[in-house]
Design a protein. Structure first.
Ligand code: ADP
Ligand code: MG
Length: 660
């Protein structure tokens, strides 16, 4: 069946459906409501002022319509038995002809008891039979939720539906048939039947997701990588040259990477380590191993600031050992870029650091043997597959400063090996964290002054979530005024926010790095990775606006040397939640708490979501189902691999076999 074979569905509607990414009848019936409206008839005597109301009645007066501009408002009297009430509704003038005196209708809206009036949001042209549940869909203008539902119901009987839940699990969990479940979701009679229908569909969705993850993992392990060959003494030389001794966890991590690189298996490893635990140097050492084996390395960072910082560091650490490093970001001039591209293609450049510019079509690599992505959770999994690399299968290393609970990591990063760097470098002191109210600003300013007097620097983070929001930018300006008033005579103050041009940002960052600026007022653009050792205090305004993990990340901007560092969280709200930060510096604990309180979405950031878009499931609310699905799919995958007749699953997940 095609979309245009559905009765009454014309060309125009079809185009609207395309906008909703509905390109066929299967898409259509799998276009699920995002919520359900529970319509229960109200008992008028029990309602208070402004309560929602659903009520039947009979039209008692010819509707009056008032037009103003493109809008209109209609009023009429409604008889609901003992009462006569006034109904008012916007923009339904087109219904006037149907609302004749004596017509039975159901009104949905808000009850204005004081004025004996209903501010209606909807009028139904028949009396409501009983309690009802109505699916509500995301739509675009031109098609209503109700129309969409109508077409879905027309299509349903004619669509062939493939069921991916293996028989044994259907029995084990006592799941209903797929067709029936879909039917119920689009046309529920009551809540009772809806719950198992939705659960069944979620299980299938998550089961197939985990099938893909597991398949991906196995497939990657099968894929041949390059067995690298280098001398251990050379690596030791580099390690000896560092101004510090590596921590035990760093050494362990480097050992694991070494084994990965030397094996014919492709490395696919995630290094998770708390902020400041020293992941960068691990990546550089991996780069050196790869270089000694004769291959190029690529490192991708989420922001220009971070890429630039890595570039500066890499030059210091690696160039003395003969590794040539280049920076590749969007803002580099065309002429310079051409030079760099040439160097990359011909192989004079060994290590390329940049933003996603490293993955643009124009870059042709001579022979990349290692790809590193820093702050992995900021990228979609698929972004890395665009590298043009002349058929080589490079090893891949991910770095994440957002530790996630172990069970969760195993599920979502199911296709990777995971190493954790837990212990911070020995010389670190715990960052002291304080929670303050805005009325305590005086003591905050005093504490800041103490640090400044000791020649240390300070980050001030402004409460800015939406970089586009104008009022937020005003916040930053008023904060600057405040700081100027307090410290402007003695110290230099700089500003950093997402609206600034890249050159401006880098200039400010460089000044802060060189201590030409002592107080840096910034939005969360400093959130990841920035490393200024002399900064010993961070003051975060309106900290209740951030998740715990995000705050922990921000806090990680200080405490990056042996100096005692401080974090001051200013908040007039939600202080209980924030208290955990005053008690621990352990990012793993904090992320676990964050996970408990706010779910996974915040931990991963929205950008990750591209790989995990589900039609019905919610990765945080349905985590229990996900765990079941993981277990079941692992067993099932083993089974169908032995028995190749059952291949509808393999066919469905085949697109994942050549991901990169
Ligand atoms: P992150 O893990 O947050 O990316 P970085 O790699 O930026 O942390 O390291 C934080 C700081 O600690 C850097 O200035 C780095 O030079 C330093 N560092 C890394 N390893 C050690 C170590 N073993 N001892 C002392 N300092 C170290
Ligand atoms: Mg880092």
């Amino acid at each position: 069946m095609e979309l245009n074979e559905i009765k009454g569905l014309g060309k125009k509607t079809e185009e609207l459906l395309h906008k909703l990414k509905i390109n066929g009848v299967v898409d259509l019936i799998e276009y699920y409501p995002y919520r359900f409206e529970y319509i229960v008839k109200s008992k008028i005597d029990e309602l208070r002022q402004d309560d929602p109301i659903v009520i039947d009645g009979i039209i008692e007066s010819i509707p009056n319509v008032y037009f103003f501009g493109k809008k209109n408002r209609m009023t009429f009297k409604l008889n609901i038995g003992r009462h006569l009430m006034n109904v008012s509704i916007f923009n339904r003038a087109f219904l006037k002809s149907k609302l004749s005196i004596g017509a039975e209708v159901t009104i949905i809206g808000k009850y204005d008891k004081m004025h004996n009036q209903i501010q209606a949001s909807d009028i139904r042209m028949q009396k409501l039979e009983k309690e009802a549940i109505e699916p509500v869909y995301h739509v675009v203008s031109g098609i209503t939720s109700k129309q969409l539902n109508h077409y879905i119901k027309l299509a349903l009987p004619f669509v062939e539906i493939e069921d991916f839940i293996p028989e044994e699990y259907k029995q084990k969990y006592n799941l209903i048939e797929k067709k029936k479940a879909i039917h119920i979701i689009h046309d529920p009679i009551d809540k009772l039947e809806l719950i198992p229908a939705i659960a069944r569909m979620k299980y299938e969705e998550l089961f197939m997701f985990m099938m893909k993850m597991n398949y991906l993992k196995q497939n990657k392990q099968l894929k041949k990588g390059i067995a690298k060959n280098f001398k251990g003494e050379k690596i030791d030389e580099l390690i000896q040259s560092l101004p510090f001794v590596l921590t035990e966890d760093q050494v362990k991590c480097i050992e694991e990477i070494k084994i990965d690189l030397q094996s014919t298996k492709r490395m696919n490893r995630l290094v998770q380590g708390d902020v400041g635990s020293g992941k960068t140097i691990v990546a550089f050492i991996a780069t050196y191993m790869n270089h000694l084996s004769g291959y190029q390395s690529v490192m991708m960072a989420p922001t220009e600031i971070l890429a630039t910082q890595h570039y500066e560091n890499a030059k210091k650490v690696l160039e003395p050992f003969g590794v040539t490093v280049a920076l590749l970001t969007g803002k580099i001039k065309t002429k310079e870029k051409k030079e760099i591209y040439k160097g990359i293609e011909e192989g004079q450049i060994h290590f390329i650091i940049g933003t996603h510019a490293v993955f643009t079509e124009d870059v042709i690599y001579k022979n990349v043997g290692l790809i590193i992505t820093d702050e992995q959770h900021r990228f979609g999994v698929n972004q890395r597959s665009n590298l043009r690399n002349k058929g080589l299968a490079p090893d891949v290393l991910y770095m994440s400063a957002t530790p996630i609970p172990r069970t969760y990591a195993l599920t979502i990063y199911g296709d990777m090996d995971v190493t954790s760097i837990k212990t911070p470098p020995m010389d670190r002191k715990e960052i002291k964290t304080y929670l303050k109210n805005e009325t305590e600003m005086k003591s905050v300013l005093e504490a800041m002054y103490q640090e400044l007097k000791s020649h240390h620097q300070i980050y001030v983070v402004a409460p800015l979530i939406e970089e586009s929001d104008k009022s937020d930018l005003e916040n930053i300006t008023s904060l600057e005024e405040k700081m100027n008033k307090a410290f402007g005579k003695l110290y230099k103050i700089g500003i950093l926010h997402g609206k600034m041009r890249n050159e401006e940002k880098e200039e400010v960052m460089a000044k802060f790095q060189n201590n030409e600026i002592q107080i840096l007022i910034s939005t969360t653009v400093i959130e990841v990775g920035v490393d200024v050792k002399n900064a010993t205090m961070i003051v975060i305004f309106d900290s209740f606006r951030f998740g715990l993990s995000a705050l922990h990340q921000l806090r990680g901007r200080v405490g990056r040397s042996n100096l005692q560092s401080y974090c001051i969280l200013i908040s007039n709200r939600e202080t209980e939640r924030l208290e955990i930060l005053t008690k621990t510096n352990d990012g793993f604990k904090i992320s676990e708490e964050d996970f408990r309180l706010r779910g996974a979405g915040d931990i991963f950031g929205e950008k990750q979501s591209g790989d995990m878009v589900f039609k019905l499931s919610d990765i945080k609310k349905d985590f229990k189902i996900l765990l079941k699905a993981k277990e079941d799919s692992e067993k099932f995958l083993e089974k169908i691999k032995k028995n190749s007749k059952e291949n509808k699953w393999l066919k469905c997940i085949a697109e994942y076999t050549d991901l990169d």
